[in-house]
Write a protein that binds this ligand. Structure first.
Ligand code: UD1
Ligand code: CA
Length: 474
């Protein structure tokens, strides 16, 4: 027989339960931690532990769970499938439902629960070593010693310290309930043994279910059940309610930050960085920054306090000043954003460009070195290299029915409080005078001015005030 180390390994993840204590319409395993559904973290751990195939047993919310898995792992080309458990008749029944879906020739089966998102792949790998070392034993399992073992299955050992079985809390005697070594629900079994053992399960227990845990007593009689006592109990926690979800997410955020810090990134304590975010060395991520999705931060870039970036690429040395919000956009090398900038999808802020406070962009490229420093709406625009967009400029891109584009040429100057009514082109080097409403194209290097002529009436202010005062008395 091949050693477990070499044998093709299939993982089975049990995820058919409803998760009543979440008090949610959403299946438990789809609740998110660090921007990814709980089940994805478990599947990741299984893959990282060396599983070539993963079978997720689904029941409650199966369509949603399957679709979510397909989107994430199908796109990565990973072998992640689902098996249906039509009725939740226990963990043993759940594994039975998975068996027909194992990869042909699978020799070892790693069994995990879909609600344990903190699993450590190294710990899972240690089970493979234990199964090999245990000779004839057809099964290895993790165990954990807990100060409060309430609710867990207890590990039963004989006088010689060998594992002989697991007793579920509800079936346990007072003496058994005093046992503090528990079953976290992580097993590695030889496939042929598992097939036989599952077939022999009965519902003769307090819950009338098919207990997967009864497989352990069968293994004990058939050559032994090898136990690995986990030293990191924290990675085995299961999520049953929102409080546990929050606590586990904190742990995961901590792990992500620690990993990034080891790579030379400064991350202040309250930053929240999702699992898929990539950050290069010497970047600084300030307090209360939230980085989501496929965001990438280049070397030496600084993301200042309170900014929220979702699927944004920030290139080297760029500066995102406080409280900026951006999604599905790019910020070029050395560019500056914020404070209080809003980059909506498909904004491209090129190298050394500046987008300042209360500037909103959408489907707009702000080319190299261009500036829009204050109070502007730039939608469906192309702002040329080195152009300057004054305060209060609005690209009027929407006529109530369709969106239209504005092009502003390189080096153009748009005076403050101008409205640019799209579709329109403003040429390179052109100058739009303050307060102009641009409705026609402006040639290169031309001045566009469109404002009512100013008139000054000498001494008229006093008369006007007197009249207004009189009117107010009446
Ligand atoms: C199970 C173990 C217990 C262990 C505990 C660790 C059994 C009989 N008991 O108990 O020894 O200490 O986990 O958390 O295995 N599931 C299905 N289909 C079902 C039933 C459950 O897919 O028919 C899934 C659930 O979605 C969940 C996992 O299996 O992900 C565990 O089920 P749960 O009901 O939470 O088992 P426990 O009673 O906690
Ligand atoms: Ca449980």
């Amino acid at each position: 027989m091949a050693t477990a180390h070499q044998a093709p390994l299939t993982a089975v993840v049990l995820a058919a339960g409803q998760g009543t204590r979440m008090k949610s319409t959403r299946p438990k395993v789809l609740h998110e931690l660090c921007g990814r559904p709980m089940i994805h973290h478990v599947v990741d751990a299984a893959l990282a532990a060396g599983a070539s195939d993963v079978v997720v047993v689904v029941g409650h919310g199966r369509a949603e769970v399957s679709a979510t898995l397909d989107r994430a792992f199908g796109a990565q080309g990973k072998n992640v499938r689902t098996a249906l458990q039509p009725e939740q008749r226990g963990t043993g029944d759940a594994v039975r439902c998975a068996m027909p879906h194992l990869a042909p020739g699978a020799e070892a089966v790693l069994i995990l629960c879909g609600d344990t998102p903190l699993l450590d792949p190294e710990q899972l790998k240690s089970l493979r070593g234990a199964l090999d070392a245990a000779g004839d034993a057809p099964l290895a399992l993790l165990t954990a010693k807990l100060a409060d073992p309430t609710g867990y299955g207890r590990i039963l050992r004989d006088g010689a310290g060998r594992v002989v079985g697991i007793r579920e809390h509800k079936d346990a005697s007072a003496a058994e309930r005093a046992i503090t070594e528990v079953n976290p629900g992580v097993y590695l079994a030889r496939a042929a043994f598992l097939e036989r053992a599952l077939a022999a399960l009965t519902t003769d227990n307090a819950q009338g279910e098919l207990y997967l845990t009864d497989v352990v007593a069968q293994a004990a009689r058939a050559g032994g059940a090898a136990a690995v006592v986990a030293d990191d109990v924290g990675s085995l926690v299961g999520i049953n309610d929102r409080a546990q979800l929050a606590a586990a997410e904190e742990v995961l955020y901590g792990r992500i930050a620690d990993r990034l810090r080891k790579g030379g990134v400064t991350i202040r304590a309250s930053a929240r960085i999702d699992a898929g975010v990539v950050i290069e060395p010497d970047a600084v991520i300030e307090h209360a920054v939230v980085l989501r999705g496929a965001t990438r931060i280049g070397a030496g870039a600084r993301i200042d306090v309170g900014s929220v970036l979702t699927d944004v690429v920030v290139e080297a040395g760029a500066l995102v000043k406080p409280y900026s919000v951006a999604s599905r956009s790019t910020i070029g090398a050395g560019a500056q954003i914020g404070p209080f900038s809003h980059l909506r999808p498909d904004s491209e802020i090129q190298a050394d460009a500046h987008v300042g406070n209360f500037v909103e962009t959408k489907k707009t490229v702000v080319r190299r070195g261009a500036k829009a420093n204050h109070l502007a709406y730039l939608g469906d625009g192309d702002i040329g290299e080195g152009a300057n967009v004054g305060a209060g400029t609005i690209l009027c891109n929407y006529d109530g029915f369709r969106k239209h584009r504005t092009e502003i040429g390189a080096g153009a100057f748009i005076g403050s409080d101008s409205q640019i009514v799209a579709p329109v082109k403003i040429g390179a080097g052109a100058y739009v005078a303050t307060g102009t409403t641009v409705t026609r194209d402006v040639p290169d290097d031309a001045l566009a001015i469109g404002r009512v002529k100013q008139e000054n009436k000498e001494g008229y202010a006093g008369k006007l005030k007197a009249r207004l005062k009189d009117a107010a008395k009446k």
